[in-house]
Write a protein that binds this ligand. Structure first.
Ligand code: BTN
Length: 300
């Protein structure tokens, strides 16, 4: 993926990815996209890197990928999010990646709310969306995503063997990063235009169709504590609806699924891929009110 012309040739979008910058090495594509966004960079600008020296994941973790193996990408998107849309960009990113993987490889990619993509229970991709204001005080966000495309088993550190995978491992063949990024950009644009027009229902319906944790018992770690319950669905504002053993329903907008369990299964692991520290402002770090019917406490 050395030239933007390779990607632009055959790219079926109006906005997303219509301007592309490709680098051999960056600290983080999100950092450069944030900088470009602050300077007034065009909506839809895509920053790609073959290698990141400081790739960032959610919750201060690091994102590692061997040079040239993956898609490491960040998009500048300019939409003033309403309070009830804050959780949607991560979901749009994860959904786009899962849909593009299915389209290109037929692999059964699923989304693990709020921002992971899994294949056969293992993480293949993650999304990190960050909010910023430009020099004219207009809000924008950067949607960053990493996809393990042609990563080999030996490339993963030991601690990730059980929880991480790549498209090459799952498909048993090399996958074209150009075709995949084109497909992802088209899927993002489709759902981003829906977001801009307030047509959220179709995005959520699609996310629920591909939801890995649907019907599973999960445990979620949030800034306000750990909650558990069986997943009903993703709601229209991107929050996840859980029902606990007492029948209480609860909606969570932020958090990390740390355990999942389906019928007759032992508690699984959290598919955590990253580790480390960071100070950036992630978009889903907001606190929202409870929807629990029986208790009045905050959920997050
Ligand atoms: C996660 O699962 O925690 C999100 C990982 C996001 C990683 C991508 S790689 C490209 C972009 N640049 C970054 O520094 N992070 C995102």
């Amino acid at each position: 993926m050395k030239r933007s012309a390779e990607i632009l040739d055959g790219l079926q979008t109006q906005i997303v990815g219509q301007e592309i910058e490709i680098y051999d090495q960056l600290s983080s594509t999100n950092d450069l996209a944030l900088q470009r966004g602050i300077e007034g960079g065009r909506e839809g600008t895509l920053i790609l890197a073959e290698h990141q020296t400081g790739g960032r994941g959610r919750q201060g973790r690091r994102w590692h990928a061997p040079p040239g193996s993956s898609i490491l990408a960040s998009l500048i998107l300019r939409h003033r999010l309403l309070a009830n849309q804050i959780g949607l960009p991560n979901l749009i990113g994860a959904l786009a990646i899962a849909a593009a993987i299915r389209e290109l490889t037929n692999l059964p990619a699923q989304i693990k709310w709020p921002n992971d993509v899994l294949i056969h229970d293992k993480k293949v991709s993650g999304v990190l969306t960050e909010l910023e204001y430009d020099q004219d005080h207009q809000p924008f966000f950067v949607m960053g995503f990493g996809v393990n495309v042609n990563t080999l088993p030996a490339d993963f550190p030991n601690e990730l063997w059980a929880s991480a995978t790549s498209l090459r491992i799952e498909a048993g063949r090399e996958i074209s990063r150009v075709l995949l990024i084109q497909a992802i950009l088209s899927q993002i644009e489709k759902n981003y235009l829906c977001l801009k027009c307030g047509k959220i229902a179709s995005i959520i319906a699609e996310a629920n169709r591909l939801l890995y944790i649907q019907g599973k018992w999960i445990q979620i770690e949030t800034p306000a504590g750990i909650f558990d319950g069986v997943v009903e669905k993703i709601d229209l504002d991107g929050g996840i609806l859980l029902q606990n053993v007492s029948g209480d329903r609860r909606k969570l907008w932020v958090g990390e699924v740390i355990h999942t369990r389906s019928e007759n299964q032992a508690i699984g692991n959290s598919n955590k891929m990253m580790y480390g520290k960071s100070k950036r402002r992630e978009m889903n770090h907001h606190v929202s009110r409870s929807t629990s019917r029986k208790r009045g406490e905050n959920n997050v």
